[in-house]
Design a protein around this ligand. Structure first.
Ligand SMILES: Cc1cc2nc3c(=O)[nH]c(=O)nc-3n(C[C@H](O)[C@H](O)[C@H](O)COP(=O)(O)O)c2cc1C
Length: 335
């Protein structure tokens, strides 16, 4: 669509070059309903009085409610809140707040848990802005958590990183500060190593090798059997080691193998193997329960969902470590 000489899609794409944060602006309707939309049009206006603004698409389902509401809360999303952003950007979703933790702020507007910051506002002015309304709010109270904010740039979610030019001006001490303990590889490896070594005690008692445990678990939930390559992929064992273990497990009659209809060798778990691992699976569940007991059920689920999401993402063809391998391929080109 064009407006005069301006092509809307190119206009939107050009605007996307302006990196923004991401917010969810919430309010509460007259009938008590909670409302929220993802918005990156948020901006500061004035320090004294403290004013902020954002703009709302007139096609938004909740337009009327924002027009009549006297208050709104701008929730500035933290870098780990992409799924929340997507949920509140899905137009027409019936109950965007289902399962979302929040407390009520000014006028009952939801303050979402885990955000980088929030600004509770009294609506001061509403201006016409073409196909959007511009809502200006006076900040009545605010809080910043210190969490890093989520970034939206060229149609994609991103995280902010210190610019490399800043990096070279850092001292050696500054450059290394907080790196290791915040580094994903360190966090994943340390957690996995501690967690595994605790469970190793149970495996040792049962006389089950770490890889035997992984292999039997994978086979137990794949009734149609698994090929050597698939197993290797799942248990991350070295080729010769996996062959040796599979032979020894067949000797112990825990597993069996045979050709499938395509002539490929597959491995299956048999009763003796299942008898061996069923009690271990129960022990593993209890161990996991203990370890995650530190968190609420919701946090634990979110944590696992995040890990699953991360694993799927890094395994997907879409994932390109752009900072390691420069790539110019384009993104969805949202707002
Ligand atoms: C990153 C991002 C930023 C957005 N910014 C805005 C915005 O500033 N204003 C707006 O009206 N919609 C914005 N949207 C779209 C709305 O979030 C979306 O249309 C919303 O679901 C409408 O809510 P509704 O269910 O009440 O129609 C944005 C979406 C995304 C993904």
């Amino acid at each position: 669509m064009t407006s005069g000489a301006i092509d809307t899609d190119s206009f939107r794409q050009a605007l996307g070059h302006f990196a923004t944060g991401v917010t969810i602006v919430t309010t509460r309707g007259e009938n008590g309903e909670y409302i929220g939309v993802t918005a990156n049009s948020f901006n500061s206006v004035s320090m004294d009085p403290p004013l902020v603004l954002w703009s709302l698409d007139k096609r938004t389902h909740s337009l009327k409610i924002y027009e009549t509401a006297e208050h709104f809360v701008v929730n500035v999303l933290a870098a780990d809140q992409v799924s929340l952003s997507k949920r509140f950007a899905t137009s027409g979703t019936k109950d965007k707040f289902r399962g979302v933790s929040f407390t009520e702020g000014v006028g009952g507007a939801p303050i979402l848990a885990g955000c980088a910051a929030y600004f509770q506002c009294k609506k001061s002015f509403v201006y016409e802005g073409g196909d959007h309304l511009i809502l200006v709010g006076e900040v009545v109270t605010f809080e910043a958590s210190g969490r890093s904010g989520l970034v939206f740039h060229k149609g994609s979610y991103a995280v902010s990183q210190p610019h490399p030019v800043i990096g070279v001006t850092q001292t050696r001490e500054e450059a290394g500060q907080d790196f290791v303990e915040e580094y994903l590889d360190y966090l994943l490896t340390q957690t996995a190593a501690r967690f595994r070594s605790q469970f190793q005690v149970v495996l040792d008692e049962a006389g089950v090798h770490q890889f035997e445990w992984r292999i039997t678990c994978c086979l137990a939930e794949n009734h149609e059997g698994l090929t050597f390559e698939r197993l290797r992929d799942m248990v991350l064992a070295e080729k010769n080691e996996l062959s040796r273990l599979l032979r020894s497990m067949q000797d112990k009659a825990w597993i069996t193998s045979g050709e499938d209809f395509a002539g490929e060798t597959r491995y299956w778990i048999v009763k003796q193997g299942l008898d061996k691992i069923v009690p271990l699976i129960a022990a593993a569940r209890a161990h996991e329960w203990d370890a995650l007991g530190e968190f609420s059920a919701e946090e634990a689920k979110q944590f696992k969902d995040n890990l699953k999401g991360l694993l799927q993402w890094v395994n997907s063809g879409e994932y390109k470590p752009a900072h390691l391998v420069p790539d110019d391929s384009k993104d969805e080109g949202q707002r």
